[in-house]
Design a protein around this ligand. Sequence first.
Ligand code: C2E
Ligand code: CA
Ligand code: CA
Length: 550
Amino acid sequence: MNDPLSFSLLSCLTDFSVRLNADGIIQQASEQSQTFLDLTASPAGEPVSHFVLPEDLAVFQDAQELAVLTGAKRSFVCRLLRQRALPVWADCHILCLPDSGDYILLAFDASHWKENEARLTHLSTHDLLTGLPSRTLLDDRIRMGINSSSREKKGLVLFLLDLDGFKKVNDSLGHSLGDKLIKAIAERIQGLIRRTDTLSRIGGDEFALIMTITGQNKQKDVEVVANKILALTQRPFQIEGNDLYISVSIGASIYMEHGDDPSLLLKQAEIAMYSAKEQGKNRWEIYSPQIDSTEKGGLSLEAAMHEGVLNGEFLLHYQPVFCARTGVLKGAEALMRWDRPGHSLVSPSRFIPLAESSGLIEILGAWALRMACHQAMLWQTAGITDFYVSVNVSPSQFRRTDFFDLVGKALAESGLAPSTLMLEITEGVLMQDPEKSGAILSSLRDLGVKIAIDDFGTGYSSLAYLKKFPLSVLKIDKSFVDDVPNCTQDVAIVSAVLSLAAGLNLAVVAEGVEVAEQLEFLKTKGCDLIQGYLTGKPMSVADFQKNCIP
Ligand code: C2E
Ligand code: CA
Ligand code: CA
């Protein structure tokens, strides 16, 4: 290294290269070093410490000592001082020259990857979509909130916000619109809070809000904020020309009263949030030991469902479907019920959304499919001919790669003719990935299974898909049937659906027929099939046999 050629070669390859004596005084410096540090004269003759950020001197000296001890090159990262003042990250290597006791220090500009590192840290601690702190930072932020609220003798409250029915938005409108909605919600809530409060996105449709409160009556403060959030989210969100409506369920826990560490506060806020959901959503709850104990000794609804699946607490009810013209029984829709011990029969509108989000729907859905095929086969064998069974398919179930096999197995096991099985899916499911959905539907059609579009008219999709997909049935949603024949608008919609279906050779089931007038209207308009409380509520197998089978 004493060879001047070697030093000048190294100088060319690096941004900064100097030769130091044992006291750390620069003996020789490359031309690039002067340029890199943006100096008017060569740094030669000065202590190298003039060009290292004081905070990083220890790292530098440790590396220097180790280089002497081991005789090997030591590498480290420290900040050199550009213009003697501006720190810039450098990737440094130091090597002791045994003959002279001098050192060679080489450095590369590392500011760009330090920037990347900072970006990476930001990315791993912040949510990409909203830019809000993510779950990883939440405990820290709660702890910081606890510290400052103890210091300043203020209260601290943790809100957990969970959007109601967000999955439906995502399924029917697609993820990109769903993402925009999440962003818009985050912006609205941020507009409400102070800079010292933290809003964090901790899950797909879940936010946490850490807020200091100053009033004497903490419960009152929580109430005011929670009501403001509810009001804020209830106003429609205008996204890509759509008016989207969403509500939120909120759970709150207060520091000290309900817990003194992040995990306990989070748990209590979550219990309160689930209680708000249970009570009908679009509301808030503050944690209290009472709501905790109503959840079956702390067992959440989700955990109770898991247990319920294992204990066989789920069953199917069947609602008859009749020919509108002749009144002959044509089929039945299988509707799930949960016979939860200590509760009355739990309605699917309460547990299906939770089953969807927890993934349990896949087990439950598969079970319903097998069970319904089996039951239909029993009824057919007992002599009811020309009878189909209809099974609801959840979005996540439909998208599973093994869904087709599942249907095949249920048919094979039960011996049911494929043409007497109908699968009900919603419009949104088809629209999310039309190509893939089309492929699944075609293979189901090839198998002989019938497909119905459930809740027709309530989705957000175009009618173009009706022509594209191999469908058999449209189920007009109850909301349109409710006001016929009195509401001219609904009369127009139902009539249009019926003529559209006739043109496309699709059968129509009118759902939710409750009164004779509705049935009359549907009959005259040529609706094929009807289902509703007027002709039969969903009922147990035993009741179905008693009431519907001749
Ligand atoms: P859906 O598929 O639209 O089912 C029709 C709902 O309307 C049923 O509610 C039925 O009881 C109700 N209904 C039928 N006729 C009338 C009527 O004349 N008046 C009124 N007021 N209601 C009527 P249910 O059984 O509570 O089911 C609610 C929803 O839960 C279903 O809506 C379906 O989306 C879902 N669901 C039920 N069973 C299953 C299942 O096995 N799998 C999946 N994925 N979802 C299911
Ligand atoms: Ca249905
Ligand atoms: Ca329906």
